[in-house]
Design a protein around this ligand. Structure first.
Ligand SMILES: Cc1cc2nc3c(=O)[nH]c(=O)nc-3n(C[C@H](O)[C@H](O)[C@H](O)COP(=O)(O)O)c2cc1C
Ligand SMILES: [Fe+2]
Ligand SMILES: [Fe+2]
Length: 401
């Protein structure tokens, strides 16, 4: 976006964020095929207050100046210290020497640690207010969504929640900033992918945050990444509620790890079993653990009730891409899934046993049959894989918990 955008016309509320189309991996891990936006905001009243900064700088500072002209920036609210939002705090302090930084008790030591800043920092308590003349701001901590110091800022005057990473999504802006300027499918998938990769582990904290923020009369939700919500903020609150309760849809994801294709054939038989029979699943997604985009695999898993994992054995253990997927899922505290497992081997075995350990770790009971195949799957083995798919389909249709 080439200039600052007034996101609440006539109400002194500006978007001064930046698009990033160069970073190809967010956190060095997650693909950004459509880039990412760092949304930062500027409130102009009797005093001026910036909410969050960006990764990088340059263009951001030019946008601030474009709105502020010769006025000083009085406050910077630091909702979150991760460098994608607090990257230019030190530079901003140099540009506006009288700038007062606002954070909570957990922000203060991080400001010192990351930027060596101790002076001119005001520590706000949960719920505390700041009147900048024309905007009354209140600050609400949302611990572990997704860092300890994470906080949101609510503009009580305009009903705008500056929600930081909460409700954020991947994808740079392509002209439109708002939910009514882009089709839902353009932002929802990217928001789910952000949730599954960044926020999922902290779903319990998300539930606590939703309860806590439920008392505010929110008219707009302006997050620190992706689309801004002014048409239907309730929709994204309900999506976050569902994802954080792990209230998945009825689809199924099948992920396989295979070197020579035998385990892939087993996975295809599982998919066939899922797609046929009395409780057939219409939305089946098959992923190769080695090749499918990991963030998309996680997003699909987060949205689906059924999950079937199949792995060949590799040096007595799980095939490495499957091992890393299981590690991430366990770290994300996956639950409320209908799980199916299958392994292949030709000497000692080990993959199926390792998948069962994963199931134990996430406290899920795998449905019968668990399939273990020696060398190339026989026709009977493939039928058992199809039976596994049908059992998962049955489990999805009967799912209550
Ligand atoms: C590098 C390598 C390591 C393997 N390690 C084991 C092992 O430790 N135990 C075992 O039972 N099979 C092991 N296998 C055999 C495979 O698990 C078996 O061939 C399986 O059918 C491969 O499935 P795929 O065709 O889907 O790759 C190994 C195979 C390879 C190539
Ligand atoms: Fe973050
Ligand atoms: Fe972020």
């Amino acid at each position: 976006m080439y200039k600052a955008v007034e996101v609440l016309p006539g109400q002194g509320t500006w978007w001064v964020g930046v698009n990033d189309r160069e970073t190809d991996l967010f956190e060095g891990l997650w693909t950004l095929p459509r880039g990412v936006a760092y949304n930062a905001y500027l409130l102009v009243g009797a005093k001026t207050a910036a909410i969050d900064t960006v990764k990088g700088g340059g263009e951001y500072e030019a946008k601030l100046r474009e709105v502020l002209g010769d006025r000083p920036l009085d406050y910077l609210v630091v909702n979150h210290m991760e460098p994608d939002h607090a990257g230019v705090v030190r530079r901003l302090r140099r540009l506006y020497p009288s700038l007062t930084l606002i954070g909570n008790a957990k922000t203060v030591p991080m400001l010192k640690g990351y930027h060596g800043i101790e002076d001119g920092v005001v520590e706000v308590k949960d719920g505390e207010k700041l009147d900048i003349g024309g905007h009354v701001l209140s600050f609400h901590t949302i611990p572990m969504v997704h860092w300890p110091e994470s906080m949101v800022t609510f503009d009580e005057t305009t009903g705008t929640l500056f929600s930081n990473d909460a409700f954020g999504g991947y994808g740079a802006h392509e002209g439109g900033l708002f939910d009514d300027e882009r089709p839902r499918e353009r932002w929802e998938g990217e928001m789910l992918r952000y949730y599954a990769t960044i926020v999922a582990r902290y779903s319990g904290s998300v539930q606590a945050a939703l309860r806590k923020l439920g008392g505010l009369s929110i008219k707009h939700i302006y997050p620190a990444h992706g689309t801004l919500f002014r048409k239907d903020p309730g929709l994204v609150v309900s999506l976050y509620d569902r994802w954080s309760k792990q209230d998945a849809d009825g689809g199924a994801v099948v992920v396989y790890g295979s070197m020579y294709g035998h385990t892939r054939r087993m996975a295809e038989a599982v998919c066939r079993g899922l797609s046929t029979g009395p409780h057939r699943v219409s939305d089946v997604r098959l992923h190769d653990a080695s090749r499918s985009d990991r963030s998309q695999v996680l997003a699909d898993i987060w949205a689906s009730r059924g999950l079937v994992l199949l792995s060949c054995t590799y040096n007595t253990a799980l095939y490495p891409p499957m091992a890393s997927l299981c590690e991430k899922l366990a770290n994300s505290m996956l639950k409320r899934r209908v799980l199916g497992l299958a392994g292949s081997y030709s000497w000692s075995g080990g993959a199926l046993a390792a998948l069962k350990k994963f199931a134990d770790a996430v406290k899920l009971d795998a449905v019968a049959p668990e399939v273990e195949v020696f060398a190339a799957p026989t026709d009977a083995d493939l039928e058992r894989c199809a039976d596994l798919g049908s059992s998962v389909a049955d489990g999805i249709s009967e799912f209550k918990g």
